[in-house]
Design a protein around this ligand. Structure first.
Ligand code: COA
Length: 399
């Protein structure tokens, strides 16, 4: 019989800088309540010139490797829509930075904000095939939109690293999940652009529609009733979206839609994303980390995870928090990663928003030092040069 498979450990990282929505609202002459109440955002993470998805991923994954060792990791699945190279996967840059094993399959996954869920599911499948092995899944992204666009207040950046194993110490991922895919143009980023193109209002309705269909598929395959879930972690391009989505699902299921019911279902799931902003494929796992790190004891409780990636693919999953999960958490470190960011002035933010592709000759040094454990120090002959402030952990025997 296949053992229970799921998340054995998870850790969060974000950029070292942030912009508050109060500063943004002031400079754009917008009512701050539009951002804080209308979108449900207080701040957004902004990467420094020496930060990218690799540095954030390394900051999230390194403590996991330090705790468990890397010797049982057979697969490294890196999900991002902010890849650093059109050919080489971002996960390979992590290899030397955090000491991953040579006998590993390292691959990148992309499907907008859904990629992390594809990586997680394929990691579960790989562990089912050989339960003595583990998989490292990383979801990391930088959400960037054009300055002065409607989407500008929904930027952000972050990474979530998860160790997937048999008999997991944090949460079991139930085998039944619901899927929905459709070829639409609600949000995309052509390879020649550094900011996304988005039809914002359409993306909101496409998201609701896709989650509804994924949930229907989940139910058709024998998945639990909405009432059997204690919490709902939604993809949060802005946290208000989770509230819209839950109201929509309750209505669709013919259940009473009250503020109390929605607030209870989403309690503690939006705290991290309110402060980080959109982290694309990491966002739904930020919601999961946020609720697991909260004071609520969810032992033995079902948690729904609703993943959406524009374009579009959606998946509705069910997780169960296992006995003793709270002892595994990294709540203090996760909160510190968010709480210790450097607040930017509006002009500092604008200068970091510039297109950060390398110079034509392929060489330049990064501007400034954000102070993170891992840095992109620059480019030499088109090669990205990373530095770690601490040496990679030597591979320990995992447990
Ligand atoms: N006080 C309180 N709330 C206010 C307000 C104020 N002064 N002014 C506006 N609001 C509310 C609006 O009523 C609206 O709430 P509602 O959606 O519950 O009705 C919310 O703030 C947003 O206002 P809206 O006018 O719709 O914002 P917008 O047109 O500037 O853009 C998005 C909103 C989401 C379309 C835009 O941010 C975007 O394109 N984001 C990127 C795409 C995205 O994140 N898509 C999500 C699915 S993937």
């Amino acid at each position: 019989m296949t053992p229970a498979i799921g998340i054995h450990d998870l850790a969060v990282a974000t950029s070292r800088h942030m912009l508050t929505h109060a500063v943004l609202a002031d400079r754009l002459g917008t009512d701050p309540a539009k951002y804080q109440r209308g979108l449900g955002q207080d701040a957004m993470s902004i990467p420094g010139d020496d930060e990218d998805v690799v540095t954030m991923a390394a900051a999230a994954a390194a403590p996991i490797v330090e705790r468990h060792g890397a010797s049982r990791i057979r697969n490294v699945f890196f999900a991002t829509e902010t890849g650093v190279d059109e050919s080489k996967c971002a996960g390979l840059y992590l290899h030397s930075l955090i000491g991953l094993p040579s006998q590993a399959r390292v691959v990148e996954f992309k499907q907008a904000c859904y990629g992390g869920t594809a990586a997680l599911q394929l990691a579960c499948a790989a562990v089912a095939r050989d339960p003595s092995r583990q998989a490292l899944v990383i979801a990391a992204d930088i959400a960037r939109y054009d300055l002065d666009s409607a989407a500008e207040p929904t930027q952000g950046a972050g990474a979530v690293a998860m160790l997937v194993s048999a008999d997991p110490a944090v949460a079991v991922i139930d085998p039944v999940s619901g899927l929905f895919s459709s070829d639409i143009m609600d949000f995309w980023r052509p390879t020649y652009r550094s900011t996304a193109v988005v039809d914002g209002r359409y993306s909101v309705s496409a998201y609701l529609d896709a989650i509804e269909h994924a949930f229907d598929d989940f139910r058709r395959l024998g998945g639990a009733d909405l009432r059997e879930f204690e919490r709902f972690c939604y993809h949060q391009p802005f946290t208000k979206m989770a509230f819209k989505a839950h109201r929509h699902l309750l209505e669709h299921a013919g259940l009473p839609v009250t503020d109390e019911a929605v607030d209870a279902a989403l309690a503690d799931t939006t705290d991290y994303n309110r402060a980080i902003g959109n982290s694309y494929t990491a966002s739904v796992y930020m919601a999961l980390a946020s609720v697991l790190d909260s004071t609520s004891d969810l032992t033995g409780r079902r948690i729904a995870l609703a993943s959406y990636g524009s374009g579009c693919v959606a998946e509705f999953l069910s997780l169960t928090a296992v006995d003793g999960y709270r002892e595994q958490l990294r709540s203090e470190a996760n909160r510190a990663a968010i709480g210790n960011r450097n607040p930017l002035s509006y002009s500092e933010y604008r200068s970091l928003h510039t297109d950060r592709t390398t110079a034509h000759d392929g060489s330049r040094a990064s501007t400034g030092d954000s102070g993170g454990m891992y840095r992109l120090s620059g480019f030499e002959e088109h090669k990205r040069i990373y530095h770690a402030r601490q040496p990679a952990f030597s591979a320990k025997v995992g447990h």
